[in-house]
Design a protein around this ligand. Sequence first.
Ligand code: NZQ
Ligand code: ZN
Length: 386
Amino acid sequence: MNTFTYSYPTKVYFGEGAAAKDLPAVLAKVGKNVMLAYGGGSIKKNGVYDELMSILKNVGKNVTEFSGIMSNPTYAKVQEGAKIAKENDIDMILAVGGGSVIDCCKVISAQAKISEDLWDFETQQHGSPSEFIPMGAVVTAFGTGAEMNNGAVITHEGKMIKGALWGAFYSFAILDPAYTMTMPMKQVISGSFDALSHCMETYMGSPRETNLSDEINEACQRNIIANLRKTIKNPTDISARSELIWAAAMAENGILKIGKVTDFQAHMLEHQLGAYTDCNHGQGLAVIHPVLYRHMLPEAQAQFARLAVNVWEISSDGKNEKQLAEEFINALSDFIIEVGQPTKFSEMGIAADTDFKAIADSTVLTGGCCKKFTKDELLEVLNECV
Ligand code: NZQ
Ligand code: ZN
């Protein structure tokens, strides 16, 4: 295990009714001006908006609304939110939604505190923001675990980059599985696959021999697979959703990453696919993963073989490591089909004449991956996904 420091700044309030129970006391400790940030309006249809608004009013807050945060949030939307936050002297941002709203607000909280352009400040001057508007998250869609980290994935449309900016950690997160009941099933599946992908991408980093972080990781993967199956079978199974919302948070709260350098090559490729096509994140990952993993097989054989046995419950009897590794990729591919995720870009509406070379060329090559991909090989991967 590598050396590490571990501490966690985000306080989690988990369970049905958590907002009504815990939010008033939390809000009592922050200033009067709260920005309520949300997406395209699902929270107005399912009652979450009304419930939160009534809590905010009851504790005497001045509420400024910032709505319309889109999936794959843009840098322009960040700037719009930062302007509103500055103009209204916002003391706290309450982000209500999935990864897109939660990410967008992380960057707003930093951008509202500096006059320079945050993208240039972080990516050109290699600066780190040090002042933030405090934030709380109310998770309505599980998968990204974005409420548990301080990285935000933002699309800069002018630069054609979907990349990470570093913002603040949330002071608190409300995880109420009942709030996820109205998630479209497509999002339940793609979010769950995203969480599974976070586990796998963490697992595939180094060190590669058995370690405690990976053993906890294997349990998370088994949990996500089992509870996605249960949720598809019975969408009102709140206990399965409780497991999924917490498993997704576990995948991103740092515990699985303790002592590890992570991989995340599939993510880097998918993010650039998103920059060029605005595709659904979890669906893009589902298409890319098996193809990328077949390219990684020689280097990743030992870890894949362990996943076959410890996660996918494949018998090792009479099989060598290579056979088990291949069976892992087959099991993953079969699961993707079983849960109804796409297996080709064409099923996601991504045109065959998309500029895949530009996507591969602009993809970050990750340091933690057991195989060092070249941009040419990433282009081969993308072409095999079409
Ligand atoms: O916008 P509304 O109307 O709220 O609808 C949303 C959106 O259309 C809907 N939704 C959310 N909760 C709902 C609901 N609909 C009905 N009932 C509910 N309770 O779901 C749709 C998708 O939401 P979105 O937030 O876009 O999805 P997700 O949570 O998958 O977030 C995706 C974004 O997160 C980034 C992705 O790249 C993408 O931009 N990621 C962030 C990560 C991080 N910060 O750690 C890690 C991930 O790897 C990922 O890259
Ligand atoms: Zn992801």
